[in-house]
Design a protein around this ligand. Structure first.
Ligand code: 5RP
Length: 236
């Protein structure tokens, strides 16, 4: 019975479980970042513990992912040690009808893009609130920026029609500092009509490490929904 539980948490849990169930023994797995992927990492750990899954190695996309992997007994590896990533599981902040994404709600999009793009199969795990007709409508676009370049990058982004805001930390005074030691600008655009073009334009601004547009990277989108108090998962 699922009645009484937070429906969003339920959706995240079930979609994380569904993605983790696709991982096969003997594979290298990209481990994404965020609250939905955290459930997938947990279920991978449970499958390893029960013996249902054997001999996997994870490539973490953040400190959060490596901490969780260690907690749930998933051995880790690095991009230097492997030839391929068979499957990656990661969340998203927005998903458009073409399976393009905005990511970076956890300030981890730079490493996430590296790992997710290298994967033979990239599974995106989201709840239904993340589906949008057009990217940028519900979530600002995150940019990871070298600290010394924050001011010029803000000006360059404004010239492109964006409204940048420095992401501030919670439970720490001052800005969010990424796992790479950089800062995040969250940029509100009126509309993102051409994500592929905007991704390139933004990454061409000196000082921008990467932005949260993931264009043509996702292979499969798993969407968690709650109907009549029951969590279901469908493929988008
Ligand atoms: C982190 C991300 C996350 O995957 C994204 O923010 C979704 O997180 P959640 O599953 O907690 O909603 O891109 O940088």
């Amino acid at each position: 019975m699922t009645a009484g539980l937070d429906p969003v948490k339920l959706m995240k849990q079930e979609v994380g479980r569904a993605a983790a169930s696709q991982v096969q023994s003997g594979t290298i797995v990209g481990l994404g970042t965020g609250s939905t992927t955290a459930f997938a990492i947990q279920f991978l750990g449970e499958r390893l513990k029960s013996g249902d899954l054997k001999d996997i190695k994870g490539v973490p996309t953040s400190f959060q992912a490596s901490v969780l992997a260690k907690q749930y007994g998933i051995p880790l590896t690095t991009l230097d040690e492997i030839e391929t990533i068979h499957i990656a599981i990661d969340g998203a902040d927005e998903v458009d009808p073409n399976k393009n994404l905005i990511k970076g709600g956890g300030a981890a999009h730079t490493r996430e893009k590296i790992v997710d793009s290298l994967a033979e199969q990239f599974i995106v795990v989201v709840d239904s609130s993340k589906l949008v007709d057009r990217l940028g409508t519900t979530f600002p676009l995150p940019l990871e920026v070298l600290p010394l370049a924050i001011s010029p990058v803000m000006k360059a982004v404004e010239q492109l029609g964006g409204q940048p805001e420095l992401r501030m930390a919670i439970k720490k005074d001052g800005p969010v500092i990424t796992d790479q030691g950089n800062m995040i600008l969250d940029v509100k655009f009126e509309a993102i009509d051409n994500p592929a073009e905007l991704e390139k334009i933004l990454n061409n601004i000196p000082g921008v490490l990467d932005n949260g547009l993931f264009v043509g990277v996702a292979d499969q989108i798993l969407v968690g929904e709650v109907k009549d108090g029951q969590a279901t998962v469908r493929e988008f």
